[in-house]
Design a protein around this ligand. Structure first.
Ligand SMILES: *[C@@H]1O[C@H](CO)[C@@H](O)[C@H](O)[C@H]1NC(C)=O
Ligand SMILES: *[C@@H]1O[C@H](CO)[C@@H](O)[C@H](O)[C@H]1NC(C)=O
Length: 186
């Protein structure tokens, strides 16, 4: 008698816990996902903040818009709040891209973007395809610090392809899943 009663409690409790968890998860959905949308500008200077490390093997040569298939490029570029390089520096983009189309126009890019903004400090990691002369969406695969568990995408658009320094407009569309939202640290 005693045993079967205890057994009953043990069986029921996990269900109650499950019920509580389910309720709190759907509750945070009611308030919508935490999201953040902002734009920064990336400045890349050939042979200063970005270098060809391995030469490509086929297709068009190195030009303002193209690099040969297989070219390995590495960069560490400043990110500012306006297209003017003298504007406030709020981030650094570090990464690599490998020319992956035979016409020399597209590459696979991997980057870590470290951000130091007023209310968000940390990094986000992105990976995806980049087109040299058209806007490209890069999925966000995660982050650190205030960007821990972040999802979304980053759109990179070439703004100014002339001259030594190329400027890209970088639009961030970030979403925090319910389990990642924490109270802001003081
Ligand atoms: C960058 O450096 C490489 C190797 O020294 C050189 O061949 C290339 O012309 C340079 N590019 C520019 C745009 O200065
Ligand atoms: C960029 O910003 C600097 C410093 O604020 C300013 O002197 C300069 O005129 C700006 N350049 C352009 C093209 O707006």
């Amino acid at each position: 008698m005693d045993f079967s009663l205890r057994h009953c409690v043990v069986v029921v409790l996990p269900f109650l816990l499950l019920l509580c968890k389910t309720t709190s998860t759907s509750d945070s959905h009611h308030h919508g996902l935490k999201s953040l949308h902002f734009t920064l500008f990336q400045h890349e200077t050939i042979n200063k903040t970005g270098y060809i490390i391995v030469n490509g093997v086929a297709g068009p040569g190195v030009s303002q818009n193209t690099t040969p298939f297989g070219t390995l490029f590495v960069f560490q570029d400043p990110l500012t709040v306006t297209a003017n390089r003298s504007s406030k520096l709020v981030g650094i983009g570090e990464g690599t891209s490998i020319t992956s189309s035979l016409d020399g126009l597209q590459s696979i890019s991997i980057a870590k973007i470290t951000l130091r903004m007023k209310r968000h400090v940390g990094s986000i990691s992105i990976v995806g395809g980049t087109h040299n002369i058209k806007p490209s969406d890069h999925p966000v695969v995660g982050g650190t610090g205030d960007f821990m568990f972040v999802q979304g995408y980053v759109t990179s658009s070439p703004l100014d392809l002339q001259g030594q320094t190329v400027v890209y407009k970088i639009e961030f569309h970030l979403y925090w899943p319910p389990y990642a939202v924490k109270k802001p640290s003081s």
